[in-house]
Design a protein around this ligand. Structure first.
Ligand SMILES: Nc1nc2c(c(=O)[nH]1)N[C@H]1C(S)=C(S)[C@@H](COP(=O)(O)O)O[C@H]1N2
Ligand SMILES: [Mo]
Length: 380
């Protein structure tokens, strides 16, 4: 089957055609190229053997080609305005000095991560599973900033904007919005550090919003302005893009596109293989240490199971200790192949809320993937 991109469809496996090139951007190591303007770079799978994704290997995704290329740290300000008693304009030094620092380890994952695995294929950035990364974020609580600014009654949403701009008048800047209840629930952080150091420019230096448990489209990079609104916000990034069918599995079909949609929100439950890598050859007659990652919106992964017989029987994997509520969680299982020849392995996760993965899912945006992942190769 040929996709709209002229590549063979990757049937039931985490393969990708054509293979992506490894390229080097400033402050980054070699990453897999999706597009260069704006930069979209995927993390090679082997980095996911580490619990924290190194800053230089962390995936990159921008929407607008007019990116910030330099920051004057002395002149940079974060403004908080709109429906507040006292609008704020904070320097980086003030943010670090005047507010209590907090840290959280949280998974940033693109809404379209794993999109290239959707069948039938959908347009959009063709991530395999590397459009995500787990990092320790340090910064200040958004609610501490709101306490200083004084939220006024009648607030309905906040809007967040970074320093990047649309290259053309017809396309709106990437400004995002969240409901005020979510913005004030205490989970959001304005981060100035990533894994203990300032973040690379491409990952949002000098400040980025952390929205634990929510898809990274809300994690606005180089965030410089937060407005409290009294009216719901609208732009193309809210009303057209980043919307999903309004049902639990984000399902629709090509023949019956969902009539009712909603903005994408919390992470779908999902799990992937880190080992073996796609098409890896495994020796017969030995235990192979299968390993992977499971993640959800922060309810807590309770069980991960692997099948080596196309889903007929499942074996429970061991879970590494939980790193943090909104972090991914590593699973492991020793597998001794019963025969030589091609193998197909599947993995599925369950969480505290009873959420589980599903066999098939499709939406035209390729968002929120929660399909049972599989990987193939050869036992020799
Ligand atoms: N300012 C700004 N922030 C942004 C975006 C963007 O285009 N501009 N893209 C969002 C999306 S969709 C994703 S997936 C993440 C990517 O974060 P990363 O580049 O640090 O991996 O940033 C989010 N924040
Ligand atoms: Mo994204």
């Amino acid at each position: 089957m040929l996709s709209p991109f002229g590549r063979a469809a990757a049937d039931e496996t985490n393969l990708h055609f054509p293979p992506k090139k490894l390229v080097r951007f400033p402050e980054k190591t070699d990453l897999l190229l999706l597009t260069d303007r704006p930069p979209q770079l995927e993390t090679p799978l082997h980095y996911f053997r580490q619990d924290l994704t190194p800053n230089e290997a962390f995936f990159v995704r921008w929407h607008e080609s007019a990116l910030p290329t330099l920051i004057d740290p002395a002149a940079f300000r974060l403004t908080i305005g709109g429906n507040v008693e006292r609008p704020l304009s904070l320097s980086l030094d003030e943010l670090k000095r005047d507010f209590e620092p907090v840290s959280v380890t949280a998974l940033a994952i693109c809404s379209g991560n794993s999109r290239s695995l959707f069948q039938p294929p959908v347009p959009g950035s063709q991530w395999v599973n590397g459009g995500m990364g787990n990092a320790r974020w340090t910064g200040v609580r958004l609610t501490d900033l709101f306490d200083r600014a004084g939220l006024k009654a009648g607030s309905v949403e906040i809007t967040m904007q970074g320093l990047d701009r649309s290259p053309m008048p017809a396309l709106a800047d990437l400004k995002k919005a969240l409901p005020i209840e979510h913005a004030t629930d205490g989970t959001l952080i304005v981060a100035y550090a990533m894994n203990g150091t300032p973040m690379p420019m491409l990952n949002g230096f000098p400040l980025r919003l952390i929205v634990p448990g929510y898809y990274a489209t809300y994690w606005v990079k180089c965030v410089t302005d937060i407005q409290v609104t009294t009216e719901p916000f609208h732009n193309i990034w809210h009303d057209v893009a980043y919307r999903v069918p309004d049902n639990p599995d984000y399902n629709e079909s090509e023949d019956h596109l969902a009539v009712k949609t909603k903005p994408i929100g919390k992470l779908s439950i999902h799990s992937i293989f880190v080992r073996p890598e796609p098409l890896e050859t495994i020796p017969f007659g030995q235990a192979y240490p299968l390993e992977g990652l499971a993640y959800d919106a922060g309810y807590g992964i309770t069980r991960v199971e692997v099948s080596a017989d196309r889903g007929q029987s499942w074996q429970e994997a061991a879970l590494d200790p939980e790193i943090d509520r909104y972090s991914w969680r590593r699973w492991r299982l020793n597998w001794t192949p019963a025969a030589r020849g091609p193998y197909q392995l599947r993995v599925r996760a369950v969480n505290q809320a009873g959420e589980h993965q599903i066999l098939s899912q499709w939406n035209h945006g390729g968002y929120g993937r929660k399909v049972i992942d599989s990987t193939t190769g050869l036992v020799v």
